[in-house]
Design a protein around this ligand. Structure first.
Ligand code: ATP
Length: 270
C-alpha cells in the first residue's frame, strides 16, 4: 500500500514554555480538501506551518509520500507544496504580474513555459486587466487575489495541467478580504483543483464557506484536535458550539443548498 500523500502523525509543537499543538494526527490524500476550523489562537496557522515544514515538530512527525518533510530539499518541496500565509507584508514596487511570477521561482522556467502558467493564473484570478498595476497600490481584496495567483503559479507543474495529483495547496484565510463574487469564484476554483487531484489544506473563519469546499473538517481547540470527520457529520450544533464556545445553530435548506450555520442569538425566535 502506498503511503499517504501528507501524513501528520501525533505531531506536537512547543516554543519555550508554550505548547502550541499536541497529538495532531491526520492524513491528506490527493483530490481531498480538509478544512481546519477553530477559535482565535487555537493553533490553526501553526498547524499549517508544521504541515509545510516552516516549523519542525517538537514531537511526532509530518511526512510527504512517506518521507520526513523536513528532510526534503526545499526547492523540491516548493514544487509540490504551495502555501498562502494569512498575511503578506510585501512593500516592493512589483507589478501584479511580477508578484505572480515569484511563484515560478522553484520551477525556473519564466523565460519559457512558466510565462504561460502566469497568464493562466492571472486569468483564473481575474487579474489580467490589473497585471501592470503596482502591488502596493492595490485594494485589500486585489492584493489577496494577487497572492493567490502567485501560489497557484507555484502549484501548477505546467500551463493547463490536467493532473495535479501529488500537489498540495495550503491556504490560510484566503478569502478574508474578498467580496462575495470573488469568494464564490474561489470556491469553484478550489473544487476544480480538487477534481484535478490537488490536495488542499485550508483555514477559514467563515464556517459556511469552509464547509462548502471541504470534504472533511478538522476542529482544533487549544492546540488539540477536537474532532475530524466528513463535513456533513461535523456540521452539528453541539460540536460547533463546543468548538467556538458560543451557541450556534444550523438551518437545513430544503432546496438543496448547503446548511447554514449562524449564532443562536440571531435565531428568528431568540
Ligand atoms: N512563533 C511563536 N512563538 C510563540 N507563540 C506563538 C508563535 N506563533 C504562534 N504562537 C501562539 O500560538 C497560539 C496559536 O497561534 P496561531 O496563529 O496558530 O492561532 P490561529 O488558530 O491561527 O489563530 P487566529 O484564528 O487568530 O489566526 C497563539 O496563542 C499564538 O500567540
Amino acid at each position: 500500500m502506498s503511503p499517504p500523500l501528507l501524513d501528520v502523525h501525533n505531531a506536537g509543537l512547543r516554543f519555550a514554555a508554550s505548547t502550541l499543538l499536541s497529538e495532531i494526527s491526520f492524513s491528506l490524500g490527493s483530490g481531498e480538501v480538509i478544512g481546519i476550523a477553530g477559535s482565535n489562537g487555537a493553533g490553526k496557522s501553526s498547524l499549517l506551518r508544521l504541515a509545510c515544514a516552516e516549523y519542525s515538530c517538537s514531537s511526532g512527525s509530518v511526512s510527504l509520500d512517506g518521507t520526513d518533510i523536513g528532510s526534503i530539499e526545499p526547492r523540491t518541496r516548493a514544487k509540490r507544496i504551495a502555501v498562502l500565509p494569512q498575511s503578506m507584508g510585501l512593500q516592493f514596487d512589483f507589478t501584479v504580474r511580477q508578484v505572480s511570477e515569484l511563484g515560478r521561482s522553484p520551477h525556473g522556467d519564466l523565460g519559457g513555459a512558466g510565462s504561460q502558467v502566469v497568464d493562466q493564473v492571472l486569468d483564473s484570478c481575474e487579474l489580467t486587466s490589473l497585471a501592470h498595476r503596482l502591488y502596493p497600490s492595490l485594494s485589500g481584496g486585489e492584493k489577496q487575489r494577487t497572492q493567490f495567483a502567485r501560489v497557484l503559479a507555484q502549484l501548477l507543474p505546467k500551463a493547463c495541467s490536467s493532473d495535479l495529483s501529488g500537489q498540495i495547496l495550503i491556504l490560510d484565510e484566503p478569502t478574508s478580504a474578498m467580496d462575495v463574487r470573488h469568494q464564490e469564484r474561489f470556491l469553484r476554483l478550489v473544487a476544480k483543483l480538487r477534481d484535478l487531484g490537488c490536495a488542499v489544506l485550508l483555514v477559514m473563519h467563515d464556517i459556511n464557506l469552509l464547509s462548502r469546499c471541504s470534504d472533511r473538517l478538522l476542529y482544533l481547540k487549544h492546540g488539540r484536535m477536537l474532532s475530524l470527520g466528513p463535513t456533513a457529520e461535523q456540521l452539528n450544533e453541539q460540536a460547533l458550539s463546543e468548538l467556538y464556545e458560543y451557541p450556534l445553530r444550523i438551518r437545513s435548506m430544503s432546496d438543496g443548498t448547503p446548511p447554514f450555520v449562524y449564532p443562536a442569538s440571531h435565531a428568528p425566535n431568540a
